[in-house]
Structures are given as C-alpha cells and as structure tokens.
Design a protein around this ligand. Structure first.
Ligand code: AMP
Ligand code: MN
Ligand code: MN
Length: 320
C-alpha cells in the first residue's frame, strides 16, 4: 500500500487544510497533529491550517502548541484538503464547507465503512489506526520527535495500548520505530490514555452500576441521559472509556453504550470481542466504524435506543 505522503504536496499546492472527525478521539488528534507537523517541517512553503473540534483536555498537549483552529473556518479556498480518521463527509464537522470548495481532496483513513467521499482515498481497513496508516506514508527519516509523539498517541488510543485485535506485528514494529525517536511513551500512555478525572470515574461508576445483560449474558448495555450527566457535572468528553470497560464484562460478546447527544437523540457506541461485526450493526442505523468498534446515532428516547440496538445485535448473533 506504500503511498508516500510527499507525493500529494506537488509544486502547485500552496495552501493545505487538515481536518479530523467530530468528537475527536486520540487517533484523530494524533493523526492530524502528526500531518500538520510533517508539512510544517518538510514543506515550509506550504501554508497549512488545522481545523478540529476542541478535543478533551488529555489530548490538548498535541494541538495547543500548533494553534489548531477550533471554530468554523471563514470560506477560503485551499489547494488541498486532507482528512484524517474521517469515514464519511458528514463526520468532517465544522470544516465541511471548506472541503467542498477545495481544489483537491484527500482522505487518509482506516475505517472499513469509509464511503469514499474524497477525490483520493488512502484507506487501509485492517490497520490499527489512522496514525499507523500515516506512519507507513511517511519516510522514517523524516519523522522527528514531535511527529513520533503524535503518531504514537494515535496508535495507542485506537489499539487500547496494543491490546485490541487490530494490533498486528507490524503495528508493534511501527511503535518500535517511534520509540527509537526517543518519545516518552510511558508519560504519553499515562497522561493521555490511563488517567481518569474524578468526574470521569464517578460517571463511569454510575453507568456500570446500572448496566443490563441481554441474550443470555452475551450482550451488556449501559446508558446515560443529560439529566444524569448533569448530576455528575460530566460532558460527552468524559464518557469515552465507558464502553471499553463494559466490553471486559466476563462472557459478553457485545458491549453497548448509549448516551444522550440532543433532546431526542442518542449516540450508540458498540464493541465486540470475537465474532460480531459491529460495523454491520451500526451500518443498519446509518453509522459505521470497524469490525470490533463502531457507532451510530438513534433518534428517540433512551429506552428505545437501547432496545432497537440490542434487538439488532441479537438478530445478528442469532440469539433471543
Ligand atoms: P466510538 O464508539 O464513538 O468510539 O466509535 C467507534 C468507532 O466507530 C470509531 O472508529 C468511530 O470513528 C466510528 N463511528 C462512531 N460513530 C460513527 C458514526 N455515527 N458513523 C460512522 N462511524 C462511526
Ligand atoms: Mn477516530
Ligand atoms: Mn481511528
């Protein structure tokens, strides 16, 4: 698949915009930061801007120093627009209009559900993270300490620090190459992945306490509404590790986490352990993702959202 990222920055490209996906996670923030730093360092004549929804505090160490733009950009045509970790156009979020007006568009991604929305796509679905895809596109000699930190952050977040099934021998070889750049990997893991705030611990405890089992113990589901989030002073940024914890419930194949995103709208996060293709399940509700980690949005109340998603999983697993 080796496609050199440098080949996209041809002479006529003077302005580049980079964007990640809505509700940016560690892979998204790590990938866009690595690409931004790479362009800044190796293509100093290109004017590059990074547009991103503001990530949670634990990931701000990446984007703070490079002055990422957290607002909707003023209409301004760029020569090349690059998305990282974005599987469909509607997930670009605040920079969507800029994408539509760009001279050229490039999508770098690893989602099996990628819709092919850009003119050019570098998609490697069996790779752990978008950061790992980017690693293969960059010449190793051109990866400096800052780029290595950003790529490593992306890789650990989507692979659960090399524990999930998307970790391949090549993933660890890529991580080894990044370690050789001298990154402080244990601090990155602790500060951006392992640490939980008091609020995050309490809100996770609340969801775990109320979670329910279905399908003879094959499915576990937890949920939270705005009202409950308010009780803990939590926002959606405090919820992203809950589904990972639910997945660890002994005996379950599928974990479901439902959380409120609007008055009558709920986001569903899905994880599976061995056989269930959750990208297929999410796809039935207009979402997508990966075989073992996917998501979608459901309109209705919290009980309805949980009921329909659990029913879809049961049908897929052939249990009642
Ligand atoms: P999450 O459960 O939000 O952590 O998402 C798990 C995976 O599914 C990530 O790779 C997301 O990019 C993807 N994903 C989540 N929600 C959606 C959605 N509505 N549409 C497409 N992909 C999604
Ligand atoms: Mn992502
Ligand atoms: Mn990703």
């Amino acid at each position: 698949m080796k496609k050199n990222i440098d080949d996209f920055f041809t002479n006529e490209i003077r302005t580049v915009a980079i964007a990640g996906h809505v509700n940016p996670d560690g892979d998204c923030v790590g990938s866009v930061t690595a690409l931004f730093l790479y362009i800044q360092k190796h293509f100093p004549d290109i004017s590059v801007k990074l547009y991103l929804e503001q990530p949670k505090e634990d990931l701000m160490f990446l984007v703070k120093p490079i002055r990422a733009i957290f607002e909707k950009p003023a209409a301004q045509k760029v020569d090349l627009f690059v998305t990282c970790d974005v599987s469909s156009f509607d997930r670009i979020g605040l920079a969507g209009e800029l994408f539509e007006e760009a001279g050229r568009t490039l999508c770098i991604d690893h989602h099996v559900s990628n819709t092919g929305f850009a003119e050019e796509t570098v998609l490697v679905p069996d790779v752990s993270s978008c950061a790992e895809v980017l690693f293969y596109m960059m010449e190793e000699g051109k990866i400096d300490l800052g780029i290595a930190e950003a790529l490593y952050t992306g890789m650990i977040h989507d692979s659960g620090v090399f524990q999930y099934k998307n970790t391949r021998p090549e993933t660890l070889e890529a991580a080894a190459a990044l370690l050789r750049k001298g990154i402080d990997f244990s601090s990155i893991i602790d500060n951006s992945f392992n640490t939980r705030t008091y609020v995050q611990n309490r809100v996770m405890g609340h969801v775990l306490e109320g979670c329910r089992m279905y399908g003879d113990g094959l499915i576990v589901a937890g949920s939270i509404t705005y009202e409950e989030m308010d009780q803990f002073g939590a926002t959606k940024k405090d919820l992203d590790m809950i589904v990972a914890q639910l997945r660890l419930t002994k005996g379950v194949e599928a974990a479901v986490f439902v959380y409120q995103t609007d008055e009558n709208e709920f986001k569903v996060s899905l994880r599976s352990n061995n056989v269930l293709n959750v990208a297929n399940v999410a796809g039935k509700f207009g979402g997508g993702g990966h075989v073992r980690a996917a998501g979608c949005t459901i309109e209705g109340d919290v009980d309805y959202a949980e009921r329909v998603i659990v029913a879809a999983i049961m049908a897929e697993l052939g249990v009642s």
